[in-house]
Design a protein around this ligand. Structure first.
Ligand code: NAI
Length: 663
């Protein structure tokens, strides 16, 4: 940190309250160059605050983060217990005393008389009404909310809250002050309970707590979804424990008392009353050995029990309310959650990812289940759905997105801003791979490859199946070897080669059965996300053919247990397919699309060129095994000319077991 320009007309700042927030705010102001007076009710509290500031400044100095000496920063800090005296020369007051309206009001009344008329009063309150506090003074136009986050020296964001009568000038000066303190800020146009960050946070906290309270998920499962799928730096309940169960409880009660529409969680209340206050008490939602700093273990494997959409839907609803009522702008809502809570993505962008229609559906369902009207979808969300503004999938939601839909025969190509979804659409034939489907796949992949916006591709199937494999009816119509050769070499092979040499990652979202060729494509895709309703099999040998990719590249990459599976042609569950190394993750069907897209988000964090290089190397590895694949292709062509193939086909189409020659 270095000194940055002070705001014109602000030289002296009086900070009231030397506690957790006050001492940090005072330190921040002094570092920037303001002369600061800290006020508290007892000298020993002030002394403690100065010690803490000194310790922190020394640390900054040792790290080379202080542009001047520790002593010169300290020389700008004074302390007193005399409130009136402290405020006499102050140009700006930041109040950070106990969160009690009566005590704050009394202080402000006193300060109002002693302070210069142009001095601005800012309160750091988290829950109290700014306008009502302002009314206790003769300067409601020079009164404002300036809400820091803990610790004020480190957190990059402040909320600036306008009271009913806050003047434009006071707002501008406060913005300038925030800038000079090197803080980014969001403007909250009305002092609604919880302002912006805490309103949204409380919705997320409550949903997480309720999921646990109502037996829908374990604590770790909620937090794993938040951490590993939504990219949050900490689990939601981990944050509650870290902040303090009491802090969240008190804040939520205070907000409720001021009209925030929510039903208190019995579990939160129970924990609060039992003294399970989180990290500081040794137990909250997690246990903390020695009641000290400790990061609970949150396993990635637990991340797919709950839907991130469900976790975030109430927060999206809250954001819609804030937007519709003109309390905060879209940009500030996103900034608040990214800077205030370290979200990897803005809340409204997340909603556009999920689809606004799905957000509304989840809220309606929750409303029905609980009877809580806090879940009633905001009119803004309902209007968006009506207007077809569904998010990335329609090209517009809270934002505009690049969107394109092209049909290549039975294959749909859909560009969703930074990725493409390729859908096989012969649901009535379980997406069996006939010539048209192979050709469609090739065209769609070519389109995805040539579009620089597309960072990754998701392949999925419409209806009950991912793909039942090569189209047996079409195969049965072959007259001779040339027909079989045409199919494999001109239709299937170009797609296989395209996938192997594809420059971008391909993720499959396996929605249902993936058999034969439909299964084998998954061996070539980089990441396979499977619905727990999917099934996998390569039963080609059971119709007198063989699985060419599985028996060559598949065996080479996946090894011995895989050989057994290829030889038996048995149908396996997605969990078994995961054990074999075919599937990366198994998810409930309603999370399939989200889980696949989350991989796109993660991949999009990497440089496109690096990803292309990795893809190139993977293609080279497959290349090592290409002689075995060539043998497989020769064998499959040959098999189509043998009696077993005809026997197998006939039996398959008649749905009976084939009688092989020589039996
Ligand atoms: P704290 O309890 O650590 O400190 C409050 C200090 O104010 C105490 O040292 C107390 O002796 C002093 N005090 C009480 N009455 C006073 C008076 N009349 N004059 C001068 N000093 C007085 O509280 P904390 O956590 O620092 O919170 C202070 C304010 O900041 C509250 O309004 C709170 O809602 C808000 N806030 C707290 C955050 C947090 O994470 N702790 C975050 C953002 C805002």
């Amino acid at each position: 940190m270095s000194r940055s320009k002070k705001v014109e007309g602000i030289n002296h700042i009086a900070v009231f309250g030397a506690g957790t927030m006050g001492h940090g705010i005072a330190e921040l102001c002094a570092i920037v160059g303001y002369s600061v007076t800290i006020v508290d009710v007892k000298d020993e509290l002030l002394q403690k605050a100065v010690e803490k500031i000194g310790w922190s400044l020394k640390k900054l100095e040792n790290k080379g983060k202080l542009k001047e000496s520790y002593e010169s920063v300290m020389s700008r800090i004074k302390t007193t217990t005399d409130a009136e005296d402290a405020v006499k020369n102050a140009d700006y007051v930041i109040e950070a005393i106990v969160e009690r309206f009566d005590i704050k009001a009394e202080l402000f009344r006193k300060l109002d008389k002693a302070a210069k008329s142009e001095c601005i009063f800012a309160t750091n309150t988290s829950t109290l009404p700014i306008s009502e506090l302002a009314e206790t003074t003769s300067r409601p136009d020079r009164f404002i909310g300036l809400h820091f986050f803990n610790p004020p020296t480190l957190m990059p964001l402040v909320e600036i809250i306008k009271g009913k009568e806050t003047s434009g000038e006071t707002l501008e000066k406060t913005k300038e002050l925030a800038r000079s303190l090197r803080k980014d800020f969001v403007i909250v146009n009305k002092d609604v309970p919880g302002f912006l960050v805490n309103r949204i946070n409380l919705r997320v906290f409550m949903e997480a707590i309720r999921m646990v309270e109502w037996g829908e998920a374990e604590v770790e499962e909620v937090d794993a979804a938040a951490k590993y799928r939504l990219g949050m730096p900490m689990g939601v309940l981990e944050v509650v424990d870290f902040s303090g169960v009491d802090v969240v409880y008190y804040a939520s009660q205070a907000m409720k008392e001021r009209g925030f529409n929510f039903v208190q969680s019995e579990l939160l209340e129970k924990k609060f009353k039992a003294g399970e206050l989180g990290m500081k008490s040794g137990k909250g939602f997690y246990s903390y050995p020695g009641a000290g700093y400790f990061r609970p273990k949150i396993r990635r494997s637990k991340a797919y029990r709950i839907s991130p959409l469900k976790l975030m839907a109430p927060a999206t609803n809250e954001a819609a309310w804030l937007l519709r009522n003109g309390i905060a702008t879209k940009e500030d809502i996103e900034k608040a959650m990214k800077l205030g809570m370290n979200y990897s993505k803005g809340l409204l962008e997340m909603a556009d990812d999920f689809g606004i229609d799905r957000v509304v559906k989840v809220l309606k369902k929750r409303r029905e289940e609980t009877g809580y009207d806090e879940y009633e979808p905001d009119p803004l969300l309902k209007e968006m759905v009506k207007a077809g503004k569904l998010g990335k999938k329609s090209g517009e939601g809270f934002y505009q997105w690049k969107h394109e839909v092209v049909d290549f025969g039975p294959v749909r190509y859909e560009k969703r801003h930074d990725h493409a979804i390729i859908t096989m659409r012969r649901p009535e034939k379980l997406n069996a791979l006939n010539s048209e489907l192979w050709t469609g796949l090739l065209r769609a992949l070519e389109k995805a490859e040539s579009d620089a916006d597309v960072r990754a591709v998701i392949v999925t199937g419409e209806g009950r199946a991912f793909s039942a494999g090569d189209d047996i009816a079409e195969m049965f119509s072959w007259q001779d070897l040339a027909d079989a050769r045409d199919f494999f070499e001109k239709m299937a092979l170009p797609v296989v080669e395209k996938i192997i040499n594809f420059e971008k990652p391909i993720i499959s979202a396996v929605n249902g059965i993936a058999f034969g060729g439909g299964m084998e494509l998954n061996l070539l895709f980089d990441i396979v996300v499977a619905s727990d309703e999917a099934n996998f099999a390569v039963p080609e040998s059971r119709i007198g053919a063989l699985p060419p990719i599985a028996s060559s590249l598949g065996v080479a990459v996946l090894g011995k247990p895989f050989i057994e599976w290829v030889l038996t042609g048995e149908t396996i569950t997605p969990e078994e397919a995961k054990e074999l190394g075919i599937v990366n993750v198994v998810v409930p069907p309603d999370q399939l699309e989200d889980a696949a897209r989350e991989y796109v988000d993660k991949i999009a964090l990497s440089a496109p060129r690096s990803i292309t290089s990795v893809r190139k190397i993977i293609a080279e590895i497959y290349g090592i095994y290409s002689p075995s694949f060539k043998v497989a292709m020769r064998e499959i062509l040959l098999s189509t000319q043998l009696e077993d193939f005809k026997v197998g086909m006939r039996a398959f189409l008649k749905k009976r077991r084939p009688e092989w020659r020589g039996r």
